[in-house]
Design a protein around this ligand. Sequence first.
Ligand SMILES: Cc1cc2nc3c(=O)[nH]c(=O)nc-3n(C[C@H](O)[C@H](O)[C@H](O)COP(=O)(O)OP(=O)(O)OC[C@H]3O[C@@H](n4cnc5c(N)ncnc54)[C@H](O)[C@@H]3O)c2cc1C
Length: 373
Amino acid sequence: MFDVAIIGAGINGACVAHELTQKGKRVAIFDMEGIAGGGSGAAGAFISPKFSKEGELRELLNDAFVYSLAFYTENFSRFLRKAPLLHIAKDEEEAGNIRAYKQDTPLVLCTPPKELLARLTPHAKTQESVCIEAGVADAQGMCRALCKNAQIVRLEVRSLVYDDGMWIINETYAAKEVVLATGAYEPLLREPYNPIRGIWGHRIDVATTTPNDFSLHQFVSIAPSLEGTLAIGATHNVHYHPQKNKEPYDIQAGREELLEKASRTMQLENVAVLKDYTGLRSGSSDYMPLVGRVVMAEETLAAKAQRFDTKNPDYELFSYYPNLTMINGNGGYGFVLAPYLAKMLSEYIVSEKEIPPRLVPARFFARWARRRK
Ligand SMILES: Cc1cc2nc3c(=O)[nH]c(=O)nc-3n(C[C@H](O)[C@H](O)[C@H](O)COP(=O)(O)OP(=O)(O)OC[C@H]3O[C@@H](n4cnc5c(N)ncnc54)[C@H](O)[C@@H]3O)c2cc1C
């Protein structure tokens, strides 16, 4: 029997596996596609903060950025390439956000290197921008390294049954605890308040004779990948879903969109697309991730002692799946958030350290229960 079974070996599951094995837990990690076979394998894996207006998402992402960059540097530097990141405004609204950001961010900003500025298109050069020391991870290599002390089981989990104090997986494996890290895939537990949705993305690796050692973000990101090529990404396509659309995804149109957007920031010479990466990233309806226990809606509603028409219900009164938690909804910042959230989740699992209420899945149950008649 395992102490913990993690379902999903993307960056979220992999970071939880790392934290729990470091804490001496016997961990199995299940994935039907193998390590980083989902959204994580498609990611450009840029480690960057969010250059937006003040708010709880920006605050979370900035804290996670500082934590995760140090975490990867200290523990997995082989799979991280550090490079100054220049984020350039796309439009006037973003220019205003960047100006405000530069005034009030606690993060240390840098001066953009002259060689980098020289390579920008004339229009990009005139736009508001902000520069910071950031990084790009090798998505596959990083996930594999994070999982190295866990038992990896390549298997589609179809059934999860709690029986006699343990979780039984596909009637075969047993674990005291389960962590769901299944990204934008079909949820294993069907709860009516589930806020997770998948957003399709496409990125490419290209060979080019234009040298570039820096990370640039504007309409898309352009960054050196670990193999000496450039990574360009990603599109954000809410109209395509691999399980819902009848037509296959149009790779050629996706490439053209990525290259056209990149060309507005930097003129790349003699470009050849080497590899395409596509996948779904999972986001939540309030854009914040979900970390912690999962509410059993039916059981909670049946306990009539509670009121759901209040803005601040007591989450402790809800009914939860026993010894089961989730980590999901990282949006376009999976590699930034995962180490930070996995630390929180593992501390909750091992020593019941409280997870901030703004991150717990119970908030979505509470909103759903308040709205229903
Ligand atoms: C094109 C693209 C570019 C991106 N670029 C960046 C970036 O630059 N920086 C960044 O930080 N983030 C980026 N992201 C976002 C990032 O990839 C995601 O936030 C992150 O991968 C989510 O990780 P995850 O572990 O939650 O999900 P996933 O990586 O999707 O992992 C979920 C895993 O669960 C497995 N699974 C699901 N159900 C089952 C089941 N029943 N049984 C067994 N296995 C199951 C799947 O096979 C999958 O491997 C990008 C995403 C895309 C698509």
